[in-house]
Design a protein around this ligand. Structure first.
Ligand code: C5P
Length: 224
C-alpha cells in the first residue's frame, strides 16, 4: 500500500491530539516538522511512537558534518521511521548524518530543492544557473553516493529518484481545487502516483479540510 504522510504542522501537542482524534483506528503516518518539534521537543515524538504512529521526523539538518553526526545520534534514539538532512550540506555531511544513525532502523533521506522554490528563484536569489530538475538530479546523485535511502523532492522529480534506485518522499501535493499556498511545484496524489512517488506528504489539503479524515481517505484512494 502506498503511504500518505500527513504533515502535522500544528502549534502544539493539544492541537495535534485534537486533530488526531477522528483518525482513531486509521493509524496514519505522521510528519513531525520544525514548528511543533521546537515547541514540544523529543517527548512528543516518543509519545507518538509509543502510541504506534509511524513518524517522519522532518528537521532538515544542515550544518558542519560533526554537528550533524552528533545531532543524528540523538535522533537515532527516538526510533522514527524516516528523518532528513539538506543535500546542500554536501556529501561529507550526509555521510556523517548516516554514521550518526548507525544502530537504528531510521531511514535517512535528503531534501533536494524545496518545493516552494522554482527556476527563477534559484537564478535570482540563490545564484544557481541550473534548472531545478538538474540540481535535483545532482543532489540526488550525491545522496546516493553518501549511502542515503532517498530524497525529498516534488513528485515532478520522483522519476529521478526511481532512476537512481532511491525512495522519494514528495510534498507539494494538493487535492484538485485546493489553494497552492506558498508551494510552487504542486501535483495531485494521482499524478504523484503516476510519476512514481514512494510516499506523498500532504499538509494543508488534509489539515485545512472541512473533513480531514475524508480528505486523508481521498488522498489514500487516489495514491493507491
Ligand atoms: O501544507 P503542505 O501540504 O504544503 O505541507 C507540506 C509540508 O512538507 C510542510 O510541512 C513542509 O515543511 C514540507 N516540505 C516541503 N517541501 C520540501 C520539504 C518539506 O513542502 N522540499
Amino acid at each position: 500500500m502506498n503511504q500518505v504522510i500527513i504533515a502535522c504542522d500544528f502549534k502544539n501537542k493539544e492541537e495535534l491530539n485534537k486533530f488526531l482524534l477522528p483518525f482513531e483506528g486509521l493509524n496514519p503516518f505522521l510528519k513531525i516538522g520544525m514548528e511543533i518539534f521546537y515547541k514540544e521537543g523529543p517527548e512528543l515524538v516518543k509519545d507518538l511512537t509509543n502510541r504506534g504512529f509511524h513518524i517522519f521526523l522532518d528537521l532538515k539538518l544542515h550544518d558542519i558534518p560533526n554537528t550533524v553526526e552528533k545531532a543524528m545520534r540523538n535522533i537515532a534514539s527516538l526510533n522514527v521511521d524516516i528523518t532528513n538532512v539538506h543535500a546542500a550540506g554536501g556529501i561529507k555531511m550526509m555521510e556523517a548524518a548516516k554514521r550518526g544513525l548507525e544502530g537504528s532502523n531510521t531511514k535517512l533521506i535528503a531534501v533536494t530543492i524545496l518545493t516552494s522554490l522554482n527556476d527563477e528563484m534559484l537564478k535570482n536569489e540563490l545564484d544557481i544557473e541550473k534548472t531545478v530538475n538538474d540540481v535535483v538530479y545532482d543532489y540526488a546523485s550525491n545522496a546516493k553516493k553518501a549511502g542515503l535511502d532517498g530524497i525529498v523532492c516534488s513528485p515532478l522529480e520522483a522519476p529521478i529518484a526511481k532512476e537512481l534506485g532511491l525512495i522519494s518522499v514528495t510534498p507539494g501535493i494538493r487535492l484538485a481545487g485546493d489553494a497552492k499556498g506558498d508551494q510552487s511545484r504542486v501535483t495531485t496524489p494521482s499524478d504523484a502516483k503516476n510519476l512514481g512517488s514512494t510516499y506523498i506528504v500532504v499538509g494543508r489539503s488534509i489539515t485545512g479540510a472541512l473533513d480531514p479524515v475524508a480528505a486523508y481517505k481521498k488522498c489514500m484512494e487516489d495514491f493507491n
